[in-house]
Design a protein around this ligand. Structure first.
Ligand SMILES: Nc1ncnc2c1ncn2[C@@H]1O[C@H](COP(=O)(O)OP(=O)(O)OP(=O)(O)O)[C@@H](O)[C@H]1O
Ligand SMILES: [Mg+2]
Length: 253
């Protein structure tokens, strides 16, 4: 009996290790453990190498046994990595003005949860964002934007000929839905936080989004629109004046 138990244990261990197609030294053991739990829950058979390392997180594609892909956003938890992240979370964010950050991990988990909540609110309101699947400590699972584990390009990465007036209008209409139906302002919108798949814009990276009631909302909304307008204008697209867009966003219709 002992022998059989041992074998089952070893086989299971091998299976868990098989999950990870690459070894990533930035993932700590707790995160590994959590990834195994998530794999069991979502039928994930493999995690692949990071497709991006940003300021606050890394994104990994994961494949289910049904052949479906998810995007796994793992927020950095190590002190060195999260130092930059904490700066991003707290600097200029008045909600953190009086908060003493005593526990880094807790803050990081809160941030992952916040992104999940914002994604859910936007998704339910009809904004084109990756569909949120689940959040677990510092790990957010969402719909994969792209095909067969190959991510779609960012707006920033498109060739000039792919940047059209139609795409601009699509993005402005997404901002409309975000503000008028989800009642949120992105707060970090630019050509770096929009993916383009099948000629449609997908808004990503929504952890810092804030309610339209927030004191800073109008200022951040103006900055978001300025960023988008500047980008499309630099590509020769006829843009709508910022004031006109803001007016239509804050007016009753
Ligand atoms: N749902 C998704 N499907 C496919 N790829 C994605 C998805 N979400 C994000 N990515 C890819 O991962 C990158 C980083 O994502 P995101 O902007 O959310 O993280 P970040 O850590 O805030 O990065 P940064 O600091 O660069 O803004 C994106 O630029 C995009 O290339
Ligand atoms: Mg980003």
């Amino acid at each position: 009996m002992v022998g059989i138990d041992k074998k089952t244990k070893e086989e299971k261990k091998l299976k868990d290790e098989d999950l990870f197609k690459v070894v990533d030294s930035t993932i700590d053991s707790r995160t590994y453990f959590n990834l195994i739990q998530i794999a069991r829950r979502l039928n994930i058979e493999a995690y692949f190498g990071a497709i991006s390392s940003g300021k606050e997180a890394r994104i990994y594609p994961a494949k289910t046994i049904e052949g479906k892909y998810y995007a796994i956003k793992i927020y950095y938890t190590s002190t060195a990595q999260s130092k930059r992240a904490i700066k991003k979370y707290t600097e200029g964010d008045i909600r953190f003005k009086d908060v003493k950050i005593s526990n880094t991990k807790q803050l990081i988990n809160t941030w992952a949860r916040k992104e999940y909540k914002n994604l859910s609110k936007m998704y339910q309101a009809g904004v084109r964002v990756p569909r949120p699947i689940m959040v677990y400590e510092n790990i957010l699972v969402m719909e994969f934007i792209g095909e067969n584990g190959l991510r779609a390009p960012l707006l920033k990465e498109l060739g000039d000929e792919e940047i059209t007036e139609g795409l601009y209008e699509d993005l402005i209409s997404q901002i409309h839905i975000m503000v008028k139906r989800a009642l949120l302002v992105h707060g970090d919108l630019s050509e770096y936080n929009v993916m383009v798949f099948n000629e449609k814009c997908y808004i990503i990276d929504v952890s810092q989004a804030i309610s339209i009631d927030h004191d800073e909302a109008l200022k951040l909304l103006e900055r978001d629109i300025e960023n988008i307008n500047n980008f499309f204008e630099s590509k020769g697209i006829n843009i709508k004046p910022k004031e006109e867009i803001i007016l239509s966003l804050i007016s009753g219709e």
